[in-house]
Design a binder for this molecule. Sequence first.
Ligand code: CA
Ligand code: CA
Length: 97
Amino acid sequence: MNPTTRVVTLSTNYDVDTGSATSLSCTVTVSDGELTDTATLNVNINNINDNTPTFTASSYSFYAQPYSDVGTIIASLPAADGDIGTFGKRKSFYENI
Ligand SMILES: [Ca+2]
Ligand SMILES: [Ca+2]
């Protein structure tokens, strides 16, 4: 906290995706040089969707058996997303082949 402007800023990067704290707390003091008062500052750090989901390769090749039944699973494509929680859930969209 800047003592002149009283603006509160973070002194380090907090990335909840990598296990950083999701809340911070500290005691702030105001003084007129003689008298003082204190208050507790609680800051909650929210997760944001700041990581793009990615496949592990740009293309994949698989072989399917001829005359396989419709709906037969022929591949499972790995993908990752560095976000935790709902922002890290992955949905895949594809065209029928
Ligand atoms: Ca994400
Ligand atoms: Ca995130």
